[in-house]
Design a protein around this ligand. Structure first.
Ligand code: P53
Length: 479
C-alpha cells in the first residue's frame, strides 16, 4: 500500500539570501558579515577580512545572482511542484547599517516583489530573519551580539518586515542555527551567528553564552510581537540538530552523550520552554560565568515561546570515554572524545550519512517539546559531474534524500510525530556556507559556476529534479 504524507505537508526547498542573491550592493543594501568572507575550500576555512580587501574573492557578492534571476528560478520551482520555499531576508537590505532609524525602501520593495512572485506561483514563503548575515556595521560599532543593543536593533528590523509582509508571509523563523556556535570554538560560527570576533585572552565560551542568551531574548520578543502583528503567524526557531550517540553501552558513554546534547539543546530549550534550563544555570555557576540578564528579559523569554521547531539535519556524531578508542577531546564530560561511527559512511566533506539519525532526532525533539516540527534543511553536498549532453546523473543525491524521507514517514506513521514539512537544502546549487565553494553542490537545479566564480550562471535540471517532482506529485511516495 502506498503510504502518503499528511494532506497539507509542506514539500519545499531551502536556501539563504546570502548564498543565492548576490546583488550585494544593489538598491541601497549595506555590507553584511557574509560579504567579508572569502572562499575557502574542502577542509580549508574561509577567511574573515576587515572590510572588503582588494584582490580577494568573495563568493557571496554575486552568488548565483538570484537577485536578478528570481523570476525564472521560481518558474523552475513551480515546475518542481514546490509548495514552500524557504529563504531569508538580508537584514542589511532593510537596515543597511543595522542601527538606522528608517528602513531602506529599495530593500523592502525587493522582498515585496519576491514574495508576490512566489505567491503568484502557489508557493508559500518560509522566511528566516537572520541567516548568517548581520549588518557589518553592527560588528564594527557594537561588537555584535555580545552587546545587548543588538536586541533592540533586531526587534526593530523584525517589526518592520513582519508588518510589511503580514499578508504575504505566514511562516517565520528568527535565527538560523545559533546552537552551532555553542562551544565558542569556531571563529566562523561566532562570526556568522553573532557578528563576533574574539579578543585576545577572553573566555570564548562565556562570550558565546552571553551572545546566545541575547539572541534568545531578541527572538522571544520577536515571537510575541509577531503574534500581535498577525495572530495567524507561525513563528519557529531554527536549530542544527546533530544527535551525538553514545559510542558504547558503557554507562559513562551514555552520560557523556547526555552532556554533549545539553550543549546542543540549550538553545531550543529556551526557545520552546521559555526559561533557562537547570543544567545551564548549574554550568554557569560552576564556571563562574556572570551572564547578564534581568527580570524583564526573563519575562520576555516566558512570553515568546516558539510555535514550531524548525531544524536542519545532515549528520550524526558519536562520543566515547573508552581509552582505547581514538577521537578528539571535548570538555563536556571527563575523558570524553568525539569518535568516528564505524557503522556509517561519510560524504566527501566528512559529513556522516545517517538517515535513521533523522528519525532519532524527530523522536527526541518531539518527545522533548511536543510542538510541531519542520525539517527546513537536509541534503547531500557532493561533487556533481556534468555530462557532455548537459545531464547530471545524481543518483547518490536521490538515494540520500529518499532514505531520509523514508525515515520521516516512519516517524510520522509509527511514532506519531507531528511533522509540518520538508524543505531540502540548496534546492538550487548555491555558495556553500562552510567552505564558500560552488562545487559542494546540493541542488536539484544545476548552476553553471565554479569555485573561482567562472561560469555562465545558466540553470539546468539534474536527475533529482524529475525524481523530486514525482515525489511531490505523489505526496511523498518514494520510488
Ligand atoms: P555547507 C554544520 C552543521 C549543520 C548545519 O552547509 C550547518 C553547518 C554549517 O557549519 O549549516 C547549515 O554549506 C546552514 C546553511 C549551510 C548548510 O548547513 O557548509 O544553515 O547555511 O549552507 C550546509 O555545506
Amino acid at each position: 500500500m502506498k503510504k502518503k504524507f499528511p494532506e497539507h505537508f509542506l514539500w519545499g526547498g531551502a536556501v539563504a539570501a546570502h548564498q543565492i542573491e548576490g546583488g550585494y550592493d544593489q538598491q541601497g543594501r549595506g555590507l553584511s558579515c557574509a560579504d567579508v568572507m572569502t572562499a575557502g575550500s574542502n577542509g580549508v576555512e574561509r577567511e574573515i577580512t576587515h572590510g572588503i580587501v582588494e584582490g580577494k574573492y568573495y563568493p557571496n557578492h554575486e552568488a548565483i545572482d538570484f537577485y536578478h534571476r528570481y523570476k525564472s528560478d521560481i518558474r523552475l520551482f513551480k515546475e518542481l511542484g514546490l509548495k514552500a520555499f524557504r529563504t531569508s531576508i538580508s537584514w542589511s537590505r532593510i537596515f543597511p547599517n543595522g542601527d538606522d532609524h528608517e528602513p531602506n525602501e529599495g530593500g523592502l520593495q525587493f522582498y515585496d516583489d519576491l514574495f508576490d512572485e512566489l505567491l503568484k506561483n502557489g508557493i508559500e514563503p518560509v522566511i528566516t530573519l537572520s541567516h548568517f548575515e548581520i549588518p557589518y556595521h553592527l560588528y564594527e560599532v557594537y561588537g555584535g551580539f555580545r552587546n545587548k543593543k543588538l536586541i533592540d536593533f533586531f526587534v526593530r528590523y523584525a517589526q518592520v518586515v513582519m508588518h510589511r509582509y503580514k499578508d504575504k508571509v505566514k511562516y517565520w523563523m528568527t535565527f538560523n542555527e545559533i546552537n552551532n556556535q555553542a562551544d565558542g570554538q569556531s571563529d566562523l560560527h561566532a562570526w556568522t551567528n553573532s557578528a563576533i570576533q574574539f579578543e585576545e585572552g577572553e573566555n570564548r565560551e562565556a562570550v558565546i553564552f552571553q551572545a546566545g542568551l541575547n539572541e534568545l531574548i531578541a527572538s522571544s520578543k520577536v515571537v510575541k510581537l509577531g503574534h500581535e502583528i498577525n495572530p495567524d503567524f507561525q513563528i519557529g526557531c531554527m536549530m542544527a540538530y546533530v544527535p551525538v550517540y553514545a559510542y558504547t553501552c558503557q554507562p559513562t558513554d551514555q552520560m557523556a552523550s547526555i552532556k554533549v546534547m545539553h550543549r546542543r539543546y540549550f538553545y531550543s530549550d529556551v526557545h520552546a520552554r521559555g526559561r533557562i534550563p537547570h543544567y545551564i544555570l548549574k554550568y554557569w555557576e560552576k564556571k563562574q560565568y556572570h551572564i547578564e540578564y534581568n527580570a524583564e528579559e526573563l519575562q520576555a523569554l516566558r512570553e515568546g515561546c516558539v510555535d514550531f521547531i524548525g531544524f536542519s539535519y545532515y549528520m550524526s556524531g558519536a562520543v566515547t570515554t573508552v581509552d582505547e578508542l581514538d577521537g578528539h577531546d571535548i570538555t563536556d564530560f571527563p575523558h570524553a572524545k568525539m569518535s568516528q561511527n564505524p557503522y556509517i559512511k561519510s560524504s566527501d566533506w566528512g559529513w556522516a550519512i545517517d538517515p535513521v539519525g533523522l528519525r532519532v532526532v524527530l523522536n527526541l525533539i518531539y518527545e522533548r517539546y511536543e510542538k510541531p516540527l519542520f525539517i527546513v534543511e537536509n541534503g547531500f553536498g557532493a561533487y556533481d559531474q556534468k555530462m557532455a549532453d548537459g545531464a547530471v546523473h545524481d543518483r547518490y543525491r536521490i538515494d540520500y534524500l529518499k532514505q531520509h524521507i523514508e525515515q520521516m514517514q516512519k516517524a510520522i506513521d509509527e511514532d506519531g510525530v507531528d511533522l509540518m514539512g520538508y524543505t531540502p537544502w540548496g534546492i538550487i546549487d548555491l555558495v556553500s556556507f562552510g567552505s564558500g565553494e560552488m562545487e559542494k553542490r546540493y541542488g536539484m537545479i544545476y548552476v553553471d559556476k565554479d569555485n573561482q566564480g567562472h561560469g555562465s550562471l545558466a540553470r539546468s535540471k539534474k536527475d533529482s529534479f524529475e525524481w523530486y517532482k514525482n515525489l511531490i506529485a505523489e505526496n511523498g511516495w518514494t520510488k
